[in-house]
Design a binder for this molecule. Structure first.
Ligand code: NIG
Ligand code: FE
Length: 416
């Protein structure tokens, strides 16, 4: 028996989600089920996938640490491709104002919202941000997440944006979950630039972005492209510079009003357009014709009491849809994968198969990593989850309950 050799055998289902690219439209239903399946791993990578009988005929079981998965389903680890998990302070007061009827944008106009968290983040120490960020990852991993995207955007100045990104880099080195970092310097206009959005964008382009690129702190650049935040033109200006610096692009698009964010994401060949609650029919058509993943965040719509993004329509139109939590202290203080799946299936009308694809291979596509994660394929990282139940169909059915018994990260098992 060797610690670096793991065999999971007799799984009632191995759901492979096999593939090396985003799945679009109908293809999102192909999740590749192997009944009575097994997976073998070596040094953190998948070496064999098949029926238990077939895998056992290829290996010497005695060399492996063995997990008997009778009555349990095995899936790829979840990829949470949109979060803001490093931040200072909380905004519980704002949440109770929203329950009373105040809108997210009206709170933002009064100086609350993102700028509120910016103040708390600027006042936080590196160690505070680190400890709280690490704590979120621990919870996420218990719910089966093996890769997380995390954004800056609560510093809105050089020093604090860099601090947020350095914290993520450091946590990535210490916690088993992989972190993909995104620079979101254009998340809001900080008070010192109030009414001067263009000048703030200049500052980000000239001062912050080059420092982020120089230290190689983020592979992605994102903008909150929204009415009364950053216009399509301002977003485009910043994103094109980021692209020239070798960064891949993401966009907070069409969240509060129909704004042309999806169309901009497609034009710039962004890797994903996110939120999309108010995307136009034309925006959906363009997304379907593009390589841009439509990342939907139903926990945010739920928390803001907004109508859900039109997930069913997007998949029927041929889009590649991913699902993510959007964990942040304002619009969505939750990283609950179980609730996310339930909302996606019940209110956005995704099938259980589509929800699984959206959280695995399509999540991997939304962070540009389909070559190494997102499916149970030979050669990929051994990032998997074992459910307490025999079928992936229990994920939406057992509403809001964490049914992940163990998360396997790089071939190592962590029990929930
Ligand atoms: O994705 N909409 C913009 N950004 C975040 C919310 C950030 C916050 O409220 O702190 C989002 O919902
Ligand atoms: Fe977000």
């Amino acid at each position: 028996m060797r610690a670096d050799k793991l065999l999971i055998r007799n799984a009632s289902q191995v759901v492979t989600c096999s593939g090396f690219a985003a799945k679009k439209g109908k293809a999102m239903s192909d999740i590749g089920i192997i009944n009575d399946g097994a997976v073998a791993t070596l040094n953190g990578l998948i070496t064999h996938v098949g029926t238990t009988k077939d895998v056992l005929s290829c290996i010497n079981e005695e060399e492996y640490t063995v997990i008997d998965a009778t009555g349990k389903a095995l899936l790829p680890g979840f990829v949470d491709s949109h979060t803001h998990f490093v931040f200072g302070g909380y905004r519980e007061e704002e949440f109770s104002w929203r329950l009373r009827g105040d809108s997210y944008m009206s709170i933002m106009e009064r100086g609350g919202g993102i700028v509120n968290t910016m103040k708390a983040t600027r006042e936080s120490s590196y160690d505070d941000l680190w400890e709280r960020g690490y704590g979120h990852l621990v919870k996420m991993m218990e719910m089966g997440v093996t890769t997380v995207e995390g954004k800056s955007g609560y510093g809105l100045d050089l020093e604090t944006e860099l601090m947020q990104l350095r914290v993520m880099k450091d946590i990535d080195e210490k916690h088993p979950v992989d972190i993909v970092s995104t620079f979101l310097g254009a998340h809001a206009i900080p008070p010192e630039y109030k009414g001067r959005a263009d000048e703030y964008i200049n500052y980000v382009i000239e001062t912050v972005l080059p420092a982020v690129a120089k230290e190689k702190l983020a592979g992605f650049c994102d903008v909150f492209c929204e009415k009364d935040v950053f216009s399509v033109k301002q977003s485009e200006r910043l994103l094109r510079v980021a692209q020239e610096l070798g960064m891949k692009l993401k966009l907070h698009a069409d969240e509060i009003v129909t704004f042309g964010g999806a169309e901009l994401a497609v034009e710039l060949n962004a890797i994903s357009a996110d939120h999309l609650l108010q995307v136009s029919d034309e925006g959906i058509r363009q997304l379907a014709d593009s390589n841009t993943v439509a990342t939907l965040l139903p926990l945010t719509a739920f928390s803001l009491r907004e109508s859900y993004a039109r997930g069913r329509k997007m998949i029927d139109a041929g889009c590649a849809v991913a699902l993510a939590t959007d964990l942040n202290p304002g619009s969505c203080f939750s990283c609950s994968i179980p609730l996310l799946i339930a909302l996606a299936c019940i209110y956005m009308e995704l099938t259980p198969e589509e929800a699984v694809t959206a959280l695995t291979i399509n999540g991997a596509a939304a962070v540009g990593r389909t070559d190494t994660i997102g499916s149970i394929d030979v050669g990929k990282k051994a990032d998997m989850i074992l459910l307490r139940y025999p079928s992936y169909k229990f994920l939406p059915y057992h509403i809001g309950m964490n049914i992940v018994e163990a998360t396997i990260k790089n071939g190592k098992t962590y029990h929930s």
